[in-house]
Design a protein around this ligand. Sequence first.
Ligand SMILES: [Zn+2]
Length: 329
Amino acid sequence: MSAIDIDWDRDGRQAGYLHLPNSTNVSAWQDLRVPVYLFRNGEGPCTLLLGGNHGDEYEGITGLSALAHSLDPAGITGSVIIVPALNLPAVLAGARLSPVDGRNLNREFPGDPRGSLTQRLAALVVSELVPRADAVYDIHSGGRSLLFAPCTLVHEQADGELTRRCLAAADSFGAPFTVVIREPHAGQMLDDVVERSGRLMVSSELGGSAAISPGTMGLTRDGLLRLLAHLGHLSAADLPPAAPGRRLVVPGPQAYLHADDLGTYEPMVEIGRSVAEGTVIGRLHFVDRADRAPQPLRAPLGGILLCVHGQGLVRRDDVIAVIAVPYGE
Ligand SMILES: [Zn+2]
């Protein structure tokens, strides 16, 4: 059995599986099957769309599952590969990390073909999917512990022209914000593999709190069509219009507010709003301490409140907020 039962040269719609052998206490010779779809209509650009890299980020998982059952292969140019639930064990567990080996798929790239299930999944993506694609869009959404103002994400590249193309593709999605970021763990992410190969890479944070809303779902549905048009797969006619977004940058560690104590988080400013440096964006309540008053939480920078903690309970060292500032203005 090949690792992916898709005929990459055949036109039309195919629904198959990415196969990962696994061996557990309850299933010695397991064949884990991760759904993968190919839409192909002749020669042309190839785009890889991924959801469920983290299992509790639902816009990509749900939006790509919907697209895989609605896209008309006769209406596209080139090839579109869709994997709605990449880290399937994590998706089925409603969890960020894989319940099989406890690993975080997006900290495992470029993967290890002789490693644990998650490491082998990363290696399979790198060896079998990324090389087929001209562009990769890996859809994230904050997960349980973070809540973002909907945004697409790009990294600045050494090649300025590649950065410009990534920004243009990210803008085409039509999210309120396009954000330039360099995460502390960027070298372990899928993005790094794609970017080092010179391919176009776009990611996103379309919401969070391990939930989904009509607003973020509508953005995902329409944004995917706009992105596919931008990348040359669909005609631009009849596309849902997008409001102009803003380009922002997360300037570095100074943009992050972390918690010093455990408490419940009282948000006081909506995500996506402008704040001045020092603005009280929320309070932390020490519900186990009769002697301790609530602590005001202040914006570490002036800018846009891009992200806040995604759950009511905050633990020491958690991210409480991330501020982004205008990019290239
Ligand atoms: Zn994620």
